[in-house]
Design a protein around this ligand. Sequence first.
Ligand code: NAP
Length: 496
Amino acid sequence: MKTYGLFIDGKWIPSKTGKIFETKSPGTGEVLAMFPQGTKDDVIKAIDAAEKAFPKWKKHPAPKRGEIIFKAASIMREKKDELGSTVSQEMGKIIAEGKGDVQESIDFLEYIAGEGRRLLGETTPSELQNKFCMTVRQPIGVVGCITPWNFPTAIPCWKLGAALISGNTVIFKPASLTPLCAAELIEIFDEAGLPAGVLNFVTGSASTVGNEIVENPRVKAISFTGGVSAGVDVYTRAAKYLKSVEVELGGKNPQIIMDDANTNLAIEGVLFGAFGSQGQRCTATSRLIVHEKVYAEVIDNLVKRTNVLKIGDPLDPTVNVGPVASEDQLKTVLNYINIGVKEGARLICGGKRLTGGIYDKGFFVQPTIFEAKHGMRITKEEIFGPVLSVMKVKNYEEAVKIANDVEYGLSSSIYTKDVNLAFRAIEDFETGITYINAPTIGAEVHLPFGGIKNTGNGGREAGTTAIDEFTEIKTVFIDYSNILQKAQIEESSRNM
Ligand code: NAP
């Protein structure tokens, strides 16, 4: 059994306290590795290293920074199968999705490595003669990246890649459920030749390690992905230091099926959106809103197709649904199923923890479908598990009203053949991402990703916007007139 260290100043070192924690497979209960329970002092040591490395890394030309990131992507490509298996073992998503997590990481690192040859600013005319105006991007300094467990390689790579290409040095705290995936990423970045101190990795609890990253004024920016209550806490506490903070939070994503839709395609979409990764994606489809004319047909086929999904070992390529990520996740999901039943929603599929044989070792729950009424808690709160609420509507107006009547605003989808309606939906959905005739999941790394309302504070990861949270804009004026020129001052008073 491997015991990892913290990765600080280019070296794997133990935490001073010697305290460790285990990471376990949610499918088998097997202990996969041990990690140090980091302390405040460990974070401070990491900040010291990151501060020391910053001036040199900032000066390292961005295209050269890109070369290292590109090398990390190449190493990851070679290790895709191995790392994909680690994702499935440690987090529980099925192997195709485990490899997909890694592929997304590779795609993003390749994309953002190229950003080293852009990091674009603007030029624009001056209101005065013989004067040049432009903006340039500069790194912020030491930044903190705090990530969740549901995309244990892709979300860290989105943050680390964008922070590093921009010239920052990093303190990275992974979710305590998935430190092994994160440690394997660190090994890859190290092998790619990242200089000591540029990327520092501290495992441990939210209340100790997370807290110090958020509260230490020497960490100038925080990039956080996780739940709403944690995100609000991070945002509020970091505000005291006027840190630049981006929080990417939860979702309650709707898929609408209109009466003219290709219902087979729409059902395939909702199966993937609702039960892929056991519903543990921020963009998972947790609400299905169906036009009354096709409602009976959709329900009938959806239940038939859900009932034949194979649940089991995520490493078995014939399995469709793996375990949920932890015992806490299992409890939350079962609790919400209970709430749904008590609220009077009609349980039409699943609803139980699986037991017996291999199921006893892990956290397996059946994909679950409720016929629900809008307003029930299961239709409003993020469950983050394989639980879908289906609601019947009379028309598009009612569908979109229900779709928007939640606190979140991440992803949305509509299945329709009516192009006019599709364009109306693009305008009407209160979400950061909208899919037409595709499920609510399926981000591509070269497009911005993020949400509105309580899903976040307005930033977007990935795409051309990925570097915004990690760069400061400097505005530059260059006057080559050899006279004192005064903006906004009228010509007649220019003799002063
Ligand atoms: P979480 O409990 O909020 O934890 C996320 C990360 O933050 C973990 O590393 C956690 O550490 C740390 N943390 C928690 N509270 C903290 C605090 N007060 N101060 C500093 N650090 C803190 O979320 P999760 O259960 O890992 O992930 C699920 C949530 O993430 C869902 O709500 C999902 O929708 C959301 N998510 C959003 C996006 C998006 O882009 N919008 C993407 C993926 C997931 P520990 O692990 O040590 O507790």
